[in-house]
Design a binder for this molecule. Structure first.
Ligand code: PLP
Length: 287
């Protein structure tokens, strides 16, 4: 059975699923998205992603396309129709279809909804996590509302491409003051020499990562010291360990920055522990 996508009220074959040429998401990046990790066919951090979706939409004055309950049903149905156990579920909501004009449509149009799902090979993902990944640094060049999860991802795409060309898995944006903001598709973390786990605070111009939030709760429950403040790439290089978080990465060890090793240049015990704890928690609470 091939892949199935949900597009504006209908389930269609993925290869034949299209949006209108005047969808404002397509023309103006006037759209937001969410990504859920799927464990055994269930959605991890279900409520956290919904809360952020509602916030992103409300910041852009786009209405929720349907109730949380109805949307949950459609999300689950997409997972079911694609027969996915482990994977990623993608939801995009645009302001809708309207004659091209930068200003919002004066006659309200219904938001446009696209949902897709794809399988992930967890064995492969675990093998990648066991080796760790490299990151590069790039100058922060994004707009001032990175807290809104919009599909306006060109700087992120360019950063990721630069990383790929250098054999790295992720790019960390570095702001004008020399501090890491976040990754192109993840939040950035280090483990300091004293064992404190450090990640940038969300007053900065970054996405409020749902995985980040859940991991902070886990750290607190485990009694592990947390420092939510900025760090530089140089500080990362003197740290014991580093890692990234996100619905795709989960908790993924970073072993080098700009080609220089972090700590011993291998995956550290704290990151391994946190990955395990996060996955256990996600599996146990997925809905
Ligand atoms: N930061 C950026 C720029 C992202 O695109 C993502 C995820 O896609 C994250 C952080 C991590 O967010 P989450 O943990 O909610 O997936």
């Amino acid at each position: 059975m091939g892949r199935i996508a949900y597009v504006n009220g209908r389930f269609e074959r993925h290869a034949e699923a299209f949006v209108h040429i005047e969808d404002r998401g397509y023309q103006l990046a006037d759209a937001v998205y969410e990504v859920w990790a799927l464990f055994d066919g269930k959605l991890a951090d279900l409520e956290g992603h919904f809360a952020r979706l509602e916030r992103s939409l409300s910041e852009l004055q786009i209405a929720m396309p349907m109730s949380r309950k109805a949307l949950t049903l459609v999300l689950r149905e997409t997972v079911r129709q694609n027969r996915i156990r482990d994977g990623l579920l993608y939801l995009q909501v645009s302001r809708g279809v309207a004659p091209r004009d930068h200003a919002f449509p004066t006659n309200p149009v219904p938001p446009a909804v696209v949902i897709t799902a794809k399988a992930i090979d967890r064995t492969e993902a675990e093998a990648k996590a066991a080796k760790g990944v490299s990151v590069i640094t790039v100058p922060e060049n994004r707009w001032g509302r990175c807290d809104i999860k919009t599909v306006g991802l060109l700087p992120n795409a360019m950063a990721k491409q630069a990383a790929r060309l250098q054999g790295a898995a992720e790019a960390w944006f570095v702001d004008d003051l020399g501090f890491v903001t976040e990754g192109a598709s993840s939040n950035a973390w280090i483990v300091k020499a004293d064992g404190t786990v450090k990640t940038r605070d969300t007053n900065a111009n970054i996405l409020r990562g749902v995985t980040r939030h859940t991991l902070l709760d886990i750290l607190q429950a485990e009694g592990i010291a947390i420092d939510q403040s900025p760090f530089t790439p140089e500080e990362a290089l003197t740290a014991r360990e580093a890692f990234i978080t996100g619905a795709g990465a989960l908790v993924l060890p970073v072993i080098a920055v700009d080609g220089k090793p972090i700590g011993s240049g291998t995956v550290g015990p704290m990151t391994s522990l946190l990955r395990r704890l996060y996955i256990e928690q996600a599996q146990a609470s997925a809905l």
